[in-house]
Design a protein around this ligand. Structure first.
Ligand SMILES: Nc1ncnc2c1ncn2[C@@H]1O[C@H](COP(=O)(O)OP(=O)(O)OP(=O)(O)O)[C@@H](O)[C@H]1O
Ligand SMILES: [Mg+2]
Length: 253
């Protein structure tokens, strides 16, 4: 068995007097989709932020490909192949979709112009159009500021941006929440595709049928700690709901 792509052991995170994480553990392997589920406020987003460099855990251990590590910032995590689609979408509303796709990774013009910081907008547009096409993101134009797109289109762009750059792990915090039926299915297809390419995918979702249809495993968070783990094909809706609400308790503190 290979080492998990990413593993969190016994993380705590406090915000003032609020204990968002109270000894939370989590793991995901390469080529696996793990759903991270739990009630509102269970600590899912906080756990993801701690594993993606957006927050520092108060205590606990993070291992990346078997080695203990810390991520100083989201940029640090991204450099190591870990991408995140945040629940509170982190797109730049004034930029167009192509510019959003390349945010922080802009392609420069060749030669001296590039050295002076001139960007190769044409190359970025071309590559963005290719990627959006490949991922089935339907946009009427890639030349408009992303702030003028619908919520679902913006979300699709955020998902596309994460999977284009993720080589090891991609976290998706409720990526389908704003999507219609067709776009939702496309995102689920994208999730399966990047999983099949060997990337570790972590999906946060409140939609249990979606969780059971797309994930290989499910880890359940309750009150800031992991309370249960399931193999998706052996789990029922009742199992998941029972674990989230506290009716069923697998793991003791
Ligand atoms: N920046 C913050 N400052 C203070 N408290 C926070 C902060 N972020 C999260 N919390 C608290 O930590 C707890 C866990 O929040 P978190 O956002 O991780 O939950 P969640 O499982 O993602 O919930 P949801 O399903 O509603 O998105 C909540 O009680 C929340 O109020
Ligand atoms: Mg959340």
């Amino acid at each position: 068995m290979t080492a998990p792509a990413l593993e969190a052991v016994d993380l705590t995170k406090t915000y003032g007097s609020v204990e968002a994480l109270r000894g939370a553990s989590f793991s995901v392997h390469p080529g696996e989709v793990v759903a991270l589920i739990g009630d509102n406020g269970a600590g899912k987003s906080t756990l993801v932020k701690c594993m993606a460099g957006a927050e520092q855990p108060t205590s606990g251990t993070i291992r990346f490909e078997g080695a203990e590590t810390r991520f100083d910032s989201p940029t640090d995590a991204r450099r190591r192949g870990i991408e995140t689609v945040y629940q509170d979408l982190a797109v730049a509303p004034e930029l167009d979709p192509a510019a959003n796709l390349f945010l922080g990774r802009e392609i420069r013009r060749p030669g001296v112009l590039g050295a002076l910081g001139m960007l190769d907008k044409k190359a970025m547009r071309r590559r963005a159009a290719e990627e959006f096409g490949r991922l089935g993101v339907a946009l009427q134009s890639i030349d408009v500021p992303i702030g003028s797109l619908s919520g679902g289109q913006r979300q699709s762009v955020a998902v596309a941006r994460s999977v284009v750059w993720a080589s090891k792990v991609v976290f998706m915090d409720e990526p389908t929440a704003a999507l219609g039926v067709v776009q939702r299915e496309r995102v689920l297809d994208v999730i399966r595709r990047v999983r099949d390419e060997g990337v570790a995918v972590v999906l946060i979702s409140h939609n249990m049928p979606e969780v059971l249809s797309v994930s290989d495993r499910v880890e359940v968070l309750r009150l800031g700690r992991r309370v249960a783990r399931f193999t998706a094909k052996d789990a029922t809706l009742e199992d998941l709901v029972g674990a989230m609400t506290g009716a069923l308790h697998q793991e003791e503190a």
